[in-house]
Design a protein around this ligand. Structure first.
Ligand code: NAI
Ligand code: MG
Length: 361
């Protein structure tokens, strides 16, 4: 049966970069008989303008009935005056929780051609290829009770709750171990078990689930040390799994080791492997409509979709190799351009990757 992909281009550069990713996916769909069908819907500011809400029911239904979602980006200055409840970004948060996308996969890969983009020394980052698995729907960002209250002494007190149930830890553990199995079979679980009881439970459950994956080597690290190690010697890691808040911070550190926001994809998965795929960057209003955005993060998100939801590693490899070939050809969008390279537009970059794919077959 055909697999359905919900396509949500969103705002700003979203439609420009998604168009390039679809060029690549449509080509492979035909070339490798992937049997994928596509359906578009509105999200974010575009949806607010049309329906008065950033996540219309019709979009949510489409996503619920799809096998995967491809998203561009949402938001922009036009919608900033709106109340939080109808802001474009709220559409994204709602879709993550409505689809129960609890496992956020964020690779940090430094392409050898772009080693100069990093602020770290080449010997520290060259060849970097790590994956952060962040728990996305639990922990302190969702824990109750929360709020700001007035104490009897007249002082205000702010409070949030860091809470994880065993089942929440177990499901992110399975997701992380499975991810490690698809990579180099090394998993580092990051916690603060020396101070926080909830992450002591996290550590115990990780260890227990690890018994189901004897081929994966599990280690544990405290989060403060992990932050240091990511900057000191990031290549010691393969897959890192951690809580929502620790993952928020560590995944941004890891991303910036590579220095190029326009290159990094992400996946957010549910328990069945269904997922939403999107670049980590936003809608880049400063360059929207100019045709100069880098589409590679979105193209690489499609590779993740093929690998993690559709179990088509050969197709995913082909995309990653084609991106590599485009960079080898010294083709660069403005954000990754340097002297001596050929500066290209968004669609020219997409075409270069497409040509590289064609040459493979
Ligand atoms: P941003 O990621 O959109 O842009 C940061 C900087 O990186 C800008 O200078 C932009 O031009 C550049 N950039 C980003 N992606 C690029 C690409 N593919 N090619 C070339 N350059 C690129 O973050 P910013 O400016 O903080 O947010 C802009 C809007 O996007 C806001 O409304 C924000 O809420 C929203 N946003 C949406 C996200 C999403 O949809 N997942 C994530 C982050 C922000
Ligand atoms: Mg963040």
């Amino acid at each position: 049966m055909a697999k359905k992909i919900a396509v949500l281009p969103g705002d700003g550069i979203g439609p420009e970069i998604v168009a390039e990713a679809l060029k690549i996916l449509s080509f492979l769909n035909t070339d490798m008989n992937l049997d994928l069908v596509f359906e578009n819907a509105l999200i974010g500011g575009a949806a607010y303008d049309a329906f008065g809400t950033p996540l219309p029911q019709i979009t949510l239904n489409l996503c619920k009935n799809a096998d995967a979602v491809l998203l561009g980006a949402v938001g922009g200055p036009k919608w900033e005056p709106l109340p939080h409840a109808v802001r474009p970004e709220r559409g994204l948060l709602s879709i993550r929780s409505e689809l129960n996308l609890f496992s956020n996969l964020r690779p940090a890969i430094l392409c050898p051609q772009l080693v100069d983009a990093s602020t770290l020394k080449p010997e520290v980052v060259s060849g970097l290829d790590i994956m952060i698995v962040r728990e996305l729907t639990g922990g302190i960002y969702f824990g109750q009770p929360r709020g700001i209250r007035l104490l009897e002494n007249g002082e205000q007190q702010g409070y949030n709750t860091l809470v994880y149930s065993e089942s929440e830890i177990r499901r992110i553990a399975h997701s992380a171990f499975k991810t490690a199995q698809k990579r180099h079979k090394k998993l580092c679980s990051v916690d603060k078990a020396n101070v926080l009881e909830v992450t002591e439970l996290w550590r115990n459950v990780m260890t227990e689930v690890g018994k189901d994956y004897p081929d994966v080597q599990l280690t544990h690290m405290y989060v403060d040390n992990a932050a240091m190690q990511l900057v000191r010697a990031p290549k010691q890691f393969d897959v890192i799994v951690t809580t929502n808040m620790f993952g928020d911070i560590l995944s941004d550190i890891a991303a910036m080791l590579t220095g190029s926001i326009g290159m990094l994809p992400s996946a957010s998965l549910d328990a069945s492997g269904k997922g939403m795929y999107e670049p980590i960057h936003g809608s880049a209003p400063d360059i929207a409509g100019k045709g100069i955005a880098n589409p590679l993060a979105t193209i690489l998100s499609v590779a993740m979709m093929l690998r993690y939801t559709f179990n088509q590693p050969a197709a995913a490899d082909r995309i990653e190799q084609a991106v590599n070939a485009a960079l080898d050809a010294q083709v660069r969008t403005a954000d990754i351009h340097s002297e001596g390279m050929v500066k290209v537009s968004t669609s020219e970059m997409g075409d270069t990757v497409l040509d590289a794919l064609r040459r493979q077959s």
